[in-house]
Design a protein around this ligand. Sequence first.
Ligand SMILES: NC(=O)c1ccc[n+]([C@@H]2O[C@H](COP(=O)([O-])OP(=O)(O)OC[C@H]3O[C@@H](n4cnc5c(N)ncnc54)[C@H](O)[C@@H]3O)[C@@H](O)[C@H]2O)c1
Length: 352
Amino acid sequence: MGGTLKFGVIGVGVPNQNLGGHGVYNGIGEVHGHFLRETAGAELIACCDLNATNGQAYAAKYDCEFYQDYAQMLARPDLDAVAICTPSGLHGQHAVEAIRAGKHVVVEKPLEITLARVDAILQAVEAEGVRAVVVFPTRYQKSFVAAKQALDDGRFGTPALIQALCRRYRDDVYYQGWRGTWSMDGGGACINQGVHMIDALLYLMDDIEAVQARYDTLGHDRNLCEVEDTAVAILQVRRGTLGVIEATTCAYNDFGDRIDIHGMKGSLSFAGSKLVDWQMRDEEFTFNPADYEPERHEEFHGHRLLYREVVPYLRDGAPCRCAVASGRKAIALIEAIYQSARHGGMEVRPEL
Ligand SMILES: NC(=O)c1ccc[n+]([C@@H]2O[C@H](COP(=O)([O-])OP(=O)(O)OC[C@H]3O[C@@H](n4cnc5c(N)ncnc54)[C@H](O)[C@@H]3O)[C@@H](O)[C@H]2O)c1
């Protein structure tokens, strides 16, 4: 028990990106560096990126050693854990190699871009006896914790309707690199942006039995964005609930994410990770939004909360709601959505 866990980051991120009207973004590797620095029991000792200029700048900022070749970083015996922040289609390769080198891993969402590659990560974790985590920060927000507890306690009974909506805006510039490619992004609005709400929905209700979906590329240059920028899916939940998933990157000028749960005993509604309404029919219950506000209003606050839980998990095996196997469900559902959409909306049963 105890001791400091020494981390490395693969994929420091591209600085000063403009994601189409969203201000400046420096890549998710930067977010990991920031929160690793402030998390008790964690120390960032190494970083790796193909881009030496960006990697060296990051190493100087976070006072860690830079490697251009991740194999050299993984060879360090004092390295305990690796945060995988590379493009989604490289997560499996980087995670499996880190695991085989005996390191714990923290893998950014989506865990990988296909179920087969997700399973390869899970098998490597099992074989090497290390611990691994998937990054789904929404699960840590106070609002989601309260909603999940209420659903698990049966306070909503069986909801009639569930909805997960991701209405974001990205311009063509956003799709000029690895994003918007089947090989590296694994898809578009569903697997890159929508995966946050899809995972959050599955975290609240995971017994989805069947899906029927359509997708298209409607707002972007298909030479840049070869994947779907808009998708809709109908869900059949085992317990009887019906549901809808919508994901788009064509919603000018960003209408954000929503999750709604509606039933005869009660309803609740999220805008992003903020609870905006919660009504109960038979209980003496007054919804006070302030009770569900995060302790800090900061972008990527969920990563802070995640690392607070992840470090004791990796080090000592303490409980963790983002243990890696839980990242499989979102990919199973997204794979089913894509399969259905490719076959004209036929019903597909996800392997959840
Ligand atoms: N959880 C979240 O909120 C969140 C937000 C944004 C991105 N992400 C995920 O994080 C991942 C990275 O996204 P991003 O926006 O930071 O992308 P990015 O393009 O800004 O950064 C990716 C980095 O990986 C580096 N890289 C690529 N191949 C490499 C290799 N073989 N070895 C070492 N470095 C390599 C690139 O040079 C780049 O610096 C994606 O999977 C994305 O889905 C998660």
